[in-house]
Design a protein around this ligand. Sequence first.
Ligand code: UD1
Length: 329
Amino acid sequence: MATLTRNDTPHFAEGTRFLVTGGAGFIGSNLVDHLLERGFFTRVLDDFSTGREENLAHLQNASGFDLIRGDLRNPETCAAASRDIDIVLHQGALGSVPRSVEDPRTSNDVNIGGTLNIFIAARDAGVKRVVYASSSSVYGDDPAGTKREEQLGKVLSPYALTKLANELYGDLFYQLYGLQNIGLRYFNVFGRRQDPHSVYAAVIPIFVKALLAGEAPTIFGDGLQSRDFTYIDNVIQANLLAAAAPAAACGRAYNISFGENTTLLDLYEKLCSLLGRSIPPLHGADRPGDIRHSLADISLAREHLGYAPRFSIDDGLSATIDWYVKHLS
Ligand code: UD1
């Protein structure tokens, strides 16, 4: 499979300096690799609560790499991290719908308080652009088969609420202070380095880990719920396009996905076939806070950001499985 190249992402002036929050995490560390490969100074802010040392271990002596260990909830840390930075890619957050249902306060403090700290720090440091991670969960119980940016339902989890609050702050900071920012509503991102070990892991790493161990994973509900699973390289491309988009694109959030939905049962079948396993799954109760169907209309991101995802779920799954087989077996 072809991989993302520098031709897939826009040009930035030589000497452009990036901050990636959550840079030790799954999405963040993949962004960091791409930026460093292109020769840009890249600072990471991460507290390693969910990020992993091993995601950055290969960069210890890399030129242009800087690491700040710190917590998004601390305003001074965010201010120090934003100093002399041109572009912030804000990926740091506590993921997982079930985590937020069990512990809404910590998700609130990190995801809303932390994002507010980053917006304030970026404004005060004269950062040119902030691109931040929002989520498809903001659509909540919107019954539309295909999600369009302007039509939202009622949120179904504290996690979704935190991401919606980020978008409201983004809009407000653009209006009030002129802070250029763009939110990316990620739809179920997957790929290399997505952590399979946490109790709050996402479905693809959970299923792959179980299958590699010869165990049956549990599908919550009937398995006919669907997701617009999005390969990491599409998300890297979206972040860089958003960082370079015209100012007219700022102050709002865009759907970022491949634009195709897959049921959990179909996903499971694809994984079994890629891994050469035939293990019937277990079925459990519906998961609280779950959205039933999630499919994006990505035309707004195409129009305003030039987003044209190159990697389908099948492209992404085969590359991802290769990675897990090497790193988990
Ligand atoms: C949600 C967001 C996603 C966000 C992510 C952050 C939606 C539609 N998507 O993902 O954009 O990035 O939170 O954490 O809100 N499942 C099983 N068995 C398992 C684990 C999960 O059947 O062992 C099912 C879940 O019930 C769900 C689906 O798989 O229906 C996907 O779950 P998960 O990977 O946790 O992601 P979302 O909650 O959909």
